[in-house]
Ligand binder design. Structure first.
Ligand SMILES: Nc1nc2c(c(=O)[nH]1)N[C@H]1C(S)=C(S)[C@@H](COP(=O)(O)O)O[C@H]1N2
Ligand SMILES: [Mo]
Length: 252
């Protein structure tokens, strides 16, 4: 099932349960609590708003399922990526010692981190599932540092609404709200199943966001920006996904 049809089902189900008046109430609540996603296309009856708002109200503090070591998939799948740029190949040839993650925007101390610096912070692991909107999934152990740790380190403005994040691949950029950015399972990962994160899975650095579909877990991460202003990026829909027909909020 495509992400779109899945979303329609959720919305249809919600609307059926809530009734037409309920949809209006949900839309009202969404607006009141700032739960209107950047890619909403008009508030009333908007599938994006209902999905995001209802999931946020229900699941703000919920955890994605974690698995045991014995449930790790035999081979982590690697989705196809576009051909690597010359720039990326140079980083790769240098074993990524020069790779940098820049963190800027609404932060007290804009900072640039190397992968080794990120590795020097308290490392955590999670055994979670990557779920692609195309219908496949696998379970793996991810090593990294919680994004919340880095946001606290740079002094991210607690009032800011979003974290935008970018890959060295120009067509891969996303954003999440602060609830997901500070969520304990949102990691900057540099390790997979006990080894360095393979390039095929987004090495040297990738965000892992197990509560959303795979496409939100952007590979080859090189910049994070804390912001309130979604309009500054692309067409102002929160990420490149809505520009291509996928939802900005891809909760699972
Ligand atoms: N930079 C970048 N990040 C990306 C992608 C990509 O092509 N480029 N593919 C996304 C999609 S659609 C999925 S499902 C997951 C797949 O992760 P995997 O290759 O580790 O299985 O990565 C996501 N992150
Ligand atoms: Mo995907």
């Amino acid at each position: 099932m495509t992400d779109l049809s899945r979303r329609k089902l959720i919305v249809t189900g919600l609307a059926a349960t809530a009734g037409v008046a309920g949809v209006g109430v949900a839309a009202h609540l969404a607006q009141k609590y700032g739960l209107v996603p950047p890619d909403h296309g008009g508030l009333y009856g908007s599938g994006e708003t209902l999905t995001y708002a209802s999931m946020r109200l229900l699941t703000k503090h919920s955890l994605a399922r974690e698995f045991s070591r014995s449930q790790i998939s035999k081979r982590p799948l690697q989705n196809e990526v576009a051909p690597f740029s010359e720039e990326f190949k140079r980083f790769w040839a240098g074993k990524f010692v020069d790779w940098q993650l820049t963190v800027d925007g609404m932060v007290e101390r804009p900072t640039t981190f190397s992968v080794d610096q990120l590795k020097s912070y308290p490392s955590q692991s999670q055994i979670t599932e990557v779920v692609c909107e195309e219908g496949w999934s696998y379970i793996a152990e991810w090593n990294g540092v919680p994004l919340s740790y880095i946001l606290n380190l740079v002094g991210a403005d607690p009032q800011a609404k979003y974290v935008f994040y970018f890959s060295i691949e120009p067509d891969w950029w996303e954003s999440i709200d602060m609830a997901d950015a500070m969520h304990p399972q949102t990691f900057l990962t540099y390790g997979l199943n006990g080894d360095d994160l393979p390039v095929g899975n987004g090495g040297p650095l990738r965000i892992r966001l197990p509560r959303q579909l795979g496409y939100k877990s952007v590979k080859f991460l090189n910049r994070l920006t804390v912001t309130d202003d979604v309009k500054k990026f692309g067409k102002g829909l929160g990420s490149i996904s809505p520009e291509q027909g996928y939802a900005w909020y891809a909760g699972i």
